[in-house]
Design a protein around this ligand. Structure first.
Ligand code: KIV
Ligand code: ZN
Length: 560
């Protein structure tokens, strides 16, 4: 990393807030902490850990991240300070106070407050005048400023707001103490030149604009989030709000790896430098993908499985002669090379520990290490070559089901008999809350996985709709680890055909009945795909059950 006289580009990651707003993504606290640790190690400057007022679960997650990840210095020696933990808050005192309470213990903390400024939002959503909008924005920033020094303000839907009105609001919040002004293209509407020109206009016409950091926050509805963000950088943006793999609301947010690698690849073009350890991109992409259940498309820039594959003969020939003929980024730069490094069944604890350290899982307790080592040994018995990709899949699994969090049911045993026209499954589950061991069997007309899912539905006493079932092979060969990702929703308790016990997938009636139902994702990895599917299904059911108990305890959820 060469530091020049250019400005540093501040990387603000919102994978755990806007990213977690992706449809169907629900991360447990343990999963969020693991992702937060990896983001800190990657060199992210500001981590938006969540929206604390949204629910008790969100508050707890932000608080644990602030306490446990906020002080970490691992991998940040070159940056010289720990990550800043930010929480999101609407422009109301109760939200801002709750946000502060959650982040209070982080050594570096930021309150990020937002209020819509476009006429369409003011008239139809907030039903307030422009004057009232300015008052509320100033009041929110002033209050936040009594709690922390680092305050960010976002005029929501800035991309469709009147620019002179934006200048009025932004000048007022700078005077009230805002230190970062974030300009969201909330609905992904802007064109790159338009977004860049807007940033230039706002900086030129906002009073005190030289005292604050200007930030870009783009959504990808037209596939332009990265282009818009880069155009912003060329026009004065010095902080980018991004997510790993571009996950986020609807079509997603700007992908961190794309913006950072564009700046990295064109050091002379952009007026900024970055301090991200790009060699960790591939690993963190895989971690976020398996924990969130959002599969990375193979042709995704930088971190897709095909990003460094050369299929055509002409390209292969060129790359063999000189890599630069067809590669603008080397796989090593983003860590795509190490993903196939191998461990075998003779690898001992020391080799395994050192590989875990390289993967960023160096802080496992002795007990967690032993569980991981046992899973590795079991896998190594059935698979000759265990790769980093396999280890990441196993560790993601372990993070998801660790510490008893959201784990009501575990599999005690599973027996499947498969034939040409149907399959039967006998499943034994343990209810960890009551200690009960439950056993039942079912027939699957379309195969063993359906049989297992039906048996589990009977055991947990719920009608479950399977909304998504994805299976991917981690690596190559017949012994490849199968990684299964599912999305489920609970079915209606009475009435429709969906209550018949012989279906696990969603019917049209289910779709109508299931509108607005909460969905849960789960994932599992195993060299046996039936076991991987069972783990994924149960992982999702455990999240559903945990959410049910929260609802019984009266937890509320507020949307952004
Ligand atoms: O897209 C958006 O406007 C947001 C704000 C809350 C910053 O996510
Ligand atoms: Zn957003």
């Amino acid at each position: 990393m060469t530091i020049t006289n250019k400005d540093k580009l501040i990387i603000f990651d919102t994978t755990l807030r806007d990213g977690e707003q992706s449809p169907g993504v629900t991360l447990t606290v343990n999963e969020k902490i693991e992702i937060a640790k990896q983001l800190s190690r990657l060199g992210v400057d500001v981590l938006e850990a969540g929206f604390p007022v949204a629910s008790q679960g969100d508050f707890d997650a932000v608080q644990r991240i602030a306490n446990e990840v906020g002080p970490l210095m691992v991998g940040r020696e070159a940056i010289g300070k720990p990550i800043t933990i930010a929480g999101l808050a609407r422009a109301v005192p109760a939200d801002i106070q709750r946000c502060y309470d959650a982040i209070a213990n982080a050594p570096h903390k930021r309150i990020h407050t937002f209020l819509a400024t476009s006429d369409i939002h003011l008239e139809h959503k907030l039903k307030i005048t422009r004057d009232e909008c300015v008052k509320r924005a100033v009041a929110a920033v002033s209050f936040a400023k009594t709690l922390v020094t680092d305050v960010e303000f976002s005029p929501e839907d800035a991309g469709r707001s009147d620019q002179d009105f934006l200048c009025t609001v932004l000048s007022a919040v700078i005077e009230a103490g805002a230190t970062t002004l974030n300009i969201p293209d909330t609905v992904g509407y802007n064109m790159p030149e338009e977004y860049g020109a807007m940033i230039k206009y706002l900086i030129a016409n906002t009073k005190g604009s030289d005292k604050v950091i200007w930030s870009a926050h783009c959504h990808n509805d037209l596939g332009l989030a990265t282009a818009n963000t880069l155009s912003g950088i060329c026009n004065g943006i010095r902080q980018v709000e991004v997510t790993i793999n571009g996950i986020g609301e609807r079509a997603g947010n700007t992908a961190m790896e794309e913006v950072v690698m564009a700046v990295h690849t064109h050091p002379d073009f952009f007026p900024v430098y970055h301090t991200i350890n790009t060699s960790l991109f591939f690993r963190i992409s895989q971690l976020v993908s398996s924990l969130s259940g959002m599969v990375v498309q193979p042709n995704k820039a930088i971190v897709g499985a095909n990003a460094f594959l050369h299929e055509s003969g002409i390209h292969q020939d060129g790359v063999l002669k000189n890599k630069q003929t067809y590669e603008i980024i080397s796989p090593e730069t983003v860590g795509a090379n190490t993903i196939n490094l191998v461990l075998g069944k003779h690898s001992g604890r020391a080799a395994f520990r050192s590989r875990l350290q390289e993967l960023g899982f160096g802080e496992l307790t002795e007990e967690e290490f032993q569980v991981a080592f046992n899973s590795f040994k079991t896998l190594a018995d059935s698979k000759k070559r265990v790769t980093e990709q396999d280890l990441l899949a196993l560790l993601s699994d372990q993070v998801s089901s660790s510490a008893g969090e959201k784990t009501t049911y575990t599999v005690k045993s599973l027996q499947v008999v498969s034939g040409t026209s149907f399959a039967t499954a006998t499943v034994q589950l343990q209810n960890t809350q009551t200690g009960d061991v439950l056993i039942d069997a079912a027939i699957g007309k379309s195969g063993p996985i359906e049989a297992v899912f039906l048996a589990i539905q009977r055991l947990v006493g719920k009608k479950i709709h399977l909304l998504k079932f994805d299976i991917t092979a981690v690596g190559q060969g017949v012994d490849a680890l199968g990684q299964v990702s599912v999305k489920i929703a609970e079915g209606s308790a009475n009435g429709s055909s969906s209550d018949s016990e012989d279906s696990v997938t969603e019917t049209e009636e289910d779709k109508d009945a299931g509108l607005n139902k909460a969905t849960y994702h789960g994932h599992g990895a195993d060299s046996d795909i039936i076991q991987a599917a069972t783990k994924a299904y149960l992982n999702a059911i455990n999240r559903l059950v945990a959410n049910e108990s929260k609802r019984i305890l009266g937890e509320r959820k507020v949307d952004v």
